[in-house]
Structure formats: structure tokens, C-alpha cells
Design a protein around this ligand. Structure first.
Ligand SMILES: C[S@@+](CC[C@H](N)C(=O)[O-])C[C@H]1O[C@@H](n2cnc3c(N)ncnc32)[C@H](O)[C@@H]1O
Length: 502
């Protein structure tokens, strides 16, 4: 049996596979970032119902996006959404990965595979890696998310337990999942010895029990579910002409942040980047990796690659903070970090920061460090263009918001809007989406409209009132909630090019 196609995978958005994030990761390692203004080509392998693909396609109307999946329902769902939202720059291909080589696909600047690689048997896995080797442009970037050893080590026995129990049951998959979860709950509540030997397995088992039916079937009960050591994945990709650039999780690229002080000794005498990476996984013991590889024959390490990347300070963030990582604390209010964050309230590049009068007292390596640590703390983000303050909401984002009116928060806990300035998605909760939809479509009547939608679903909203003795009516409460939302939306959404000021 191969990867299941009888039950749809629930859609999720992955911001790490967005082109500006991949570009930043490559540039940090000293590989040339890809120019995002012309019509670049992006391919998402195992695109599922296409949420990530659609959101990115809406952010880059000039680029071409291709999604591949062998589940016909996923392809139909993605196609229907692309048509409903008027996106013209998407092509969906119904294909098994093993048949990709016969599809006559062009070379891409980006190829991503997320939530899929670890669930593939050898043949489709090799087909995916071959496709990256053969169909990436020179200098093109690959994103690979996969489960990683040794952090993954606690998972297989529990998945096996669940699988064996599930397969001796009879009935419909949904029913069998419920019964398997009951069995796992019993195991969790009674098996002291197992969790003494393997204490962290408890959290993993709890996650299994809490997962949706779709995730449970696709992720934990898949008959292939394998983790890779980084060194092995690196070898598979090097053979195909790709070189490791870094992690799409920015802090993980800085040894000083990712590795505690007492562990740094372990890296003494370790020269190769791949060996550093392999040891780091033993220190962080993460269950997964989000790798970026570059198709190139050139070595990494060109310091100038990062200088042209456009960055901006995310508005509305508290800059008076200390952000703790396993290896070090990053203080945002010390120089030159504080100045870099302030200057980048207007988007700019590292090259220009080097010449900025307010930073003239600092050597280049300190400015570079402040900028890259700013990204690691998520106070700075790689963006595509400066903010467009008078943007009207795009058809795509309107359609995303329209969805919430027809659904409930348990079916759609959040929606992802597409940001052309970030070249990425921005997720907001169901209730925020309801209020934004009401504000955009109904202006003054927004409180009434939001209330109607909530009441139709028997939902209420509560607000902490300063005059706590005064009981607010639902109408008054919603009016305050909408005013608060407008204030919050106005901080981020115009910056992201999602709406004008509300
Ligand atoms: C877990 S989903 C991930 C979806 C999406 N990338 C995400 O991160 O949300 C894996 C997807 O890969 C597809 N898939 C699995 N094996 C495949 C194969 N051999 N060829 C094509 N698609 C495959 C599945 O149909 C599914 O949509």
C-alpha cells in the first residue's frame, strides 16, 4: 500500500517555504538570492489542497506556480479554489512523483516539499530528489521538510502500537480512529513503566490523541513513516548537485543561538558545515528539519549575498525585550540592534545599513550580526517590496474571508491572507476573519454583521471591561471588539499590503 488517497489531508499553510524566506536562508549562507521581480517559477510537490501554493501565487502574480499531487481530490480542491479566486498563475498537475520525469516540466527557481518526504517509499522519494537535481535552475533553491533523527526516535514504537491496534479493528476509518485514540488514552493513563523509560513519549502520544482524524491517518498511521539523519539527506542531495544552505528556521543557522554554551566544545575541530549540522541535531533533539538546499557548483560563503536582501521591522512588536534561545539571550534594546530595528521600520538592505549615518560607529560584522539576530528573533522579516499603504483588498483575500462566513471555527480555526509585501501568508483566527470581513464589506454596520454571524453559530464574545460592574449587551461588546480589531489590523495589514488603513 502506498500513501493514502481515500481521505483528504487537511490544508495547512507553511510560511517557511515562501520565496523570501528561502532567499534569506540562501543569502545568509552566502548563496546568491533569486530575483523575485521577474516571472520566476515555483513548484510545490505534494501540494495537498493547495493552501500554501495558492497563498504564494496570490502574493506573486507575475510568477508561475505549479502544484503536484497524486490525490485527485486534492488537485480538484486546489483547482476549484484557484478558479474561484481568479488566480491565473497556477497550474495543478495530477501525478505520482515517480511519473514526474515524463511530464515535460520546465526548470524551476524553487522546488518545495513539505510534510511529505518522510512518508514516501524509496521510489517516490528518489523521484522527488532526482526532480530537484534535474529541474532546478542553476542557483535554484529547494525546500525540504522531513522528520529527523535522533529527535524522532521516540515516535516509531507509538505509531506502531496505534497501527497494529487500528488494523485489527473493523469498520470505517473514522470510527477505527476514534477507537484507536480511546485505546491510546488508556495506554497513556495506565502505563507508568513505559513513560518512565521514555518520558518525552508522553507529549508525543498526547499530540497523537489530540490530532484530527485526517492528520492521525495521514501522519501517524501511514505505512511509510521514516526519519532521516541530516548527513544521509545531505549525501542524497549532494549526489544530485545540491548544496546545503541552511534551515528555514532562521535561529537554527546561528550556532551561538541554537547551541548551549556548554555544548560548543563538541564542535571544536569540526570543519565541515554538514558535520556541524549533524552534531547540532543531537544537541537540539528536534523531531523534524526544514532544510534549504541550493543547486550550484559554487561554494557557499559569499558575504555579499546577504547585502541585497530587503528586510523590514515587523510593526507593533515590543522592542524592549530579551529573547531567549538555548545558546544565548538576544537583547533588542542594546546597540546596534536597537538602531537597526528602528531604521528598518522603513524597509532597507544590509548594504545600505553599512552606510547609514546612525550606524557609522559600528563595524560591519556587528551590523550584520544585529540584522541576522533580528531575523532570528522574528522582529525583522525578509520582504519583497516596501509597504503599499493604499492597497485595496485583493480578490484572493476577499475570497479567503468570504469562506469564514460559510463555516465554523472548529472546521476552520484560522485563515491565511496573502501578503504581496512579505511574499508570504499571514494567518488570522476565525473570529478575527469574521470581524475583518464585516469591516471590509459593511463599514459602520460591521458590529451588527459580526454579531449575526456569531449568533447563527451560537457563539458569544466576551470582553474584559474596565468598568467591571457594568454588564455590556452583546451589541456593545461587539462594537468595542470591532474598534479594538480595527486598531490592531491597522498596525499590520497595511504594512503587509493586505488592506489600506481601515
Ligand atoms: C501530508 S500532505 C502535505 C500537504 C502539504 N504539502 C502540507 O504541508 O500541508 C502530503 C501530500 O503528498 C501527496 N503525495 C504523497 N505521495 C505522493 C506521490 N507518490 N506522488 C504525488 N503526491 C503524493 C499526498 O496526496 C498529500 O497531498
Amino acid at each position: 500500500m502506498q500513501y493514502r488517497t481515500d481521505i483528504e489531508y487537511m490544508a495547512s499553510f507553511n510560511p517557511r517555504q515562501a520565496p523570501p524566506i528561502l532567499n534569506y536562508t540562501a543569502a545568509l549562507a552566502g548563496f546568491e538570492p533569486i530575483d523575485l521581480s521577474p516571472a520566476f517559477r515555483y513548484c510545490d510537490l505534494g501540494c495537498g489542497p493547495g493552501l500554501t501554493l495558492l497563498t504564494l501565487a496570490a502574493a506573486f502574480p507575475q510568477a508561475e506556480f505549479v502544484g503536484v499531487d497524486f490525490n485527485p481530490n486534492h488537485i480538484r480542491m486546489a483547482q476549484a479554489r484557484a478558479e474561484a479566486t481568479g488566480l491565473k498563475n497556477i497550474k495543478l498537475i495530477h501525478s505520482d512523483f515517480t511519473e514526474l520525469k515524463d511530464r515535460n516540466l520546465p526548470a524551476f527557481h524553487f522546488i518545495a516539499i513539505s510534510g511529505t518526504l518522510s512518508w514516501l517509499a524509496d521510489a517516490p522519494r528518489d523521484a522527488v530528489l532526482d526532480f530537484m537535481g534535474n529541474n532546478l535552475e542553476e542557483g535554484g533553491l529547494a525546500y525540504l521538510h522531513y522528520m529527523a533523527m535522533p529527535g524522532h526516535v521516540i515516535q516509531p514504537p507509538l505509531c506502531r502500537l496505534a497501527n497494529d491496534y487500528y488494523h485489527q479493528l473493523e469498520g470505517e476509518p473514522e470510527e477505527k480512529v476514534l477507537l484507536t485514540k480511546e485505546f491510546l488514552k488508556g495506554f497513556l493513563n495506565t502505563q507508568k513503566r513505559y513513560f518512565e523509560v521514555s518520558p518525552t513519549a508522553k507529549d508525543f502520544l498526547q499530540n497523537m490523541i489530540n490530532s484530527s482524524t485526517s492528520l492521525f491517518l495521514h501522519d501517524y498511521l501511514s505505512n511509510v513513516r521514516r526519519a532521516y539523519y541530516f548527513a544521509d539527506m545531505n549525501e542524497l542531495l549532494e549526489k544530485r548537485g545540491l548544496r546545503y544552505a541552511g534551515s528555514a528556521e532562521p535561529f537554527y543557522n546561528h550556532l551561538q543561538l541554537a547551541v548551549p554554551m556548554e555544548s560548543r566544545e563538541l564542535f571544536r575541530g569540526v570543519r565541515e558545515r554538514a558535520s556541524v549540522e549533524a552534531i547540532k541535531d543531537y544537541i537540539n533533539v528536534n523531531g523534524g528539519r526544514t532544510d534549504v538546499f541550493c543547486k550550484t557548483t559554487r561554494s557557499a560563503g559569499d558575504e555579499r549575498a546577504l547585502e541585497t536582501v530587503l528586510l523590514a521591522a515587523l510593526p507593533g512588536q515590543d522592542q524592549n525585550q530579551v529573547i531567549n534561545f538555548a545558546g544565548a539571550a538576544v537583547r533588542l534594546n542594546v546597540e546596534p540592534m536597537a538602531s537597526v530595528l528602528r531604521i528598518l521600520q522603513t524597509p532597507n538592505t544590509l548594504e545600505n545599513l553599512y552606510h547609514h549615518p546612525e550606524l557609522s560607529a559600528y563595524p560591519r560584522h556587528e551590523i550584520r550580526k544585529a540584522l541576522t539576530y533580528g531575523v532570528a528573533t522574528r522582529r525583522l522579516i525578509p520582504i519583497v517590496k516596501g509597504s503599499i499603504p493604499h492597497t485595496q483588498m485583493s480578490d484572493y483575500n476577499r475570497d479567503v474571508l468570504n469562506q469564514v462566513v460559510h463555516t465554523t471555527p472548529d472546521l476552520l480555526p484560522s485563515v491565511t491572507l496573502s501578503s504581496p509585501t512579505m511574499g508570504n501568508g499571514h494567518a488570522i483566527s476565525w473570529i478575527d476573519a469574521v470581524m475583518l470581513w464585516s469591516i471590509v464589506n459593511y463599514g459602520q454596520e460591521a458590529p451588527q454583521k459580526s454579531l449575526e454571524i456569531m449568533q447563527r453559530r451560537n457563539l458569544g464574545i466576551k470582553i474584559q471591561s474596565k468598568e467591571s460592574d457594568k454588564e455590556l449587551t452583546p451589541e456593545e461588546t461587539m462594537k468595542i471588539a470591532i474598534q479594538n480589531s480595527i486598531r490592531q489590523f491597522n498596525v499590520l495589514l497595511p504594512f503587509m499590503g493586505i488592506t489600506a488603513q481601515l
